[in-house]
Design a protein around this ligand. Structure first.
Ligand SMILES: Nc1ncnc2c1ncn2[C@@H]1O[C@H](COP(=O)(O)OP(=O)(O)OP(=O)(O)O)[C@@H](O)[C@H]1O
Ligand SMILES: [Mg+2]
Length: 365
């Protein structure tokens, strides 16, 4: 049997074709970048100030869950500064020498984008501290007692770091960024704007209700919104539908097993097991995983973050529980006294202990 975690429209998608289309749909300047009003406004100020000063901008750290626009913003920063952009990533920099090679070849004012910056090796990280602060690195030549450090001046550059796990970034590194932008999940209205723009670029006719239908299933994430739009486009083409309305969008996405709240097959099977097999829980993670035929880790890291974020599933020390919204979403009446506080009381928790049990954003990334 195919694993429910595979082939889902709301996850994965790192194929070259996928990336090429993503690149084509990327907004190229700050004004086209939808949503994230605060980050956009702050960034605008940082960039404008550096323009007035005639200097390269402070280093910028962008954090937030996948698909919310970190890479897009890094490209926009370079474009707005009229500066060349160099792209690398934490996992690609395993030795300090790898970083030294990149840094020493930067031109003045260049923007260096380091994706997944939390995954850089320690020695490279330490080299980066000095480069960010003093625009200088020490290149170590030779080994053992004969090794010497040759200082090398760097041209001023702007580092843009991106991370899905801001919490994993060591303090000294975080402190060296002059500006940190934390990207939040998008509202349905914002996703509608993202979709409108993409539909324009793809030359697709979609009604307002069609946009909101797709936006509502996009899990607060522009990347998913764009991906769903392309699948709806395929569906419309095959079915000879010219104007995509809510019904067409809904039918297309139902067929791809992305439901009205953006849950996919795995999410739904977890929810379904929790509610129908375990009466809403609490049930231990491994028991739940067996019931859906998945590894506990898959359930915990692939399905749960979104279910918890949506308030469908709660995590308690006694196990997972289905929240009222889960029963409703599956079309069941919410059982009496099972939900909310009473249920927490039944597993030995008070109201106060409820809040900390919901995962922090960072853990959800
Ligand atoms: N604010 C936005 N407005 C319009 N489109 C957006 C916006 N943010 C992201 N997108 C679209 O979503 C896609 C994914 O964005 P991007 O690659 O920047 O995400 P990311 O945060 O870098 O994700 P990852 O953590 O996986 O690298 C882009 O192709 C872009 O078209
Ligand atoms: Mg990215």
């Amino acid at each position: 049997m195919e694993s429910p975690a595979e082939g889902s429209l709301v996850r994965g998608g790192d194929e070259p074709e996928e990336r090429a289309i993503e690149a084509a749909l990327r907004p190229k300047n700050l004004d086209d970048f939808v949503g994230q009003a605060r980050v956009r406004q702050q960034l605008k100020l940082v960039l404008e100030a550096s323009r007035l000063r005639g200097k390269s901008s402070d280093h910028v750290l962008l954090s937030g869950p996948p698909g919310l626009g970190k890479t897009t913003l890094a490209m926009i920063i370079a474009a707005e500064m009229n500066a060349p952009l160099r792209i690398s990533s934490g996992p690609a920099i395993q030795h300090a020498g790898d970083l030294a090679a990149i840094l020493s070849s930067l031109s003045e004012g260049e923007v260096l984008f380091l994706d997944e910056i939390h995954r850089m090796s320690r020695p490279a990280e330490e080299m980066l501290y000095m480069a960010m602060e003093d625009f200088r690195v020490d290149i170590v030549v030779g080994k053992g007692a004969g090794a010497t450090a040759i200082p090398l001046e760097l041209p001023p550059f702007t580092l843009v770091g991106a991370t899905t796990r801001a919490g994993l970034l060591p303090g000294p590194l975080r402190d060296r960024f002059g500006f940190t932008g934390h990207l939040e999940f998008y509202t349905v209205e914002e996703l509608e704007l993202v979709l409108r723009r993409s539909a324009g670029l793809l030359d697709l006719k979609v009604s307002s209700a069609g946009f909101s239908e797709i936006a509502g299933r996009s899990r607060g994430t522009p990347r998913i919104a764009n991906r769903l739009l392309r699948r709806v486009r395929d569906w419309a083409l095959v079915h000879g539908v010219e104007q995509i309305d809510a019904r067409a969008a809904g039918a297309a996405l139902d067929m791809y097993e992305v439901d009205s709240r953006g849950l996919d097959r795995l999410d739904r099977s977890v929810l379904d097991a929790l509610v129908t097999k375990f009466g809403g829980g609490p049930v231990g993670l491994s028991t739940l995983a067996i019931a859906v035929g998945e590894e506990p880790e898959t359930v915990e890291t692939v399905a749960e973050p979104f279910l918890v974020r949506e308030g469908l599933v709660g995590r308690t020390p006694r196990g997972r529980i289905a929240m009222a919204a889960a029963w409703t979403h599956l079309g069941f009446a919410v059982p009496d006294g099972v939900f909310g506080r009473e249920q927490f009381a039944s597993v030995g928790l008070t109201e106060e202990s409820f809040q900390p049990l919901l995962l922090e954003d960072d853990e959800l990334a």
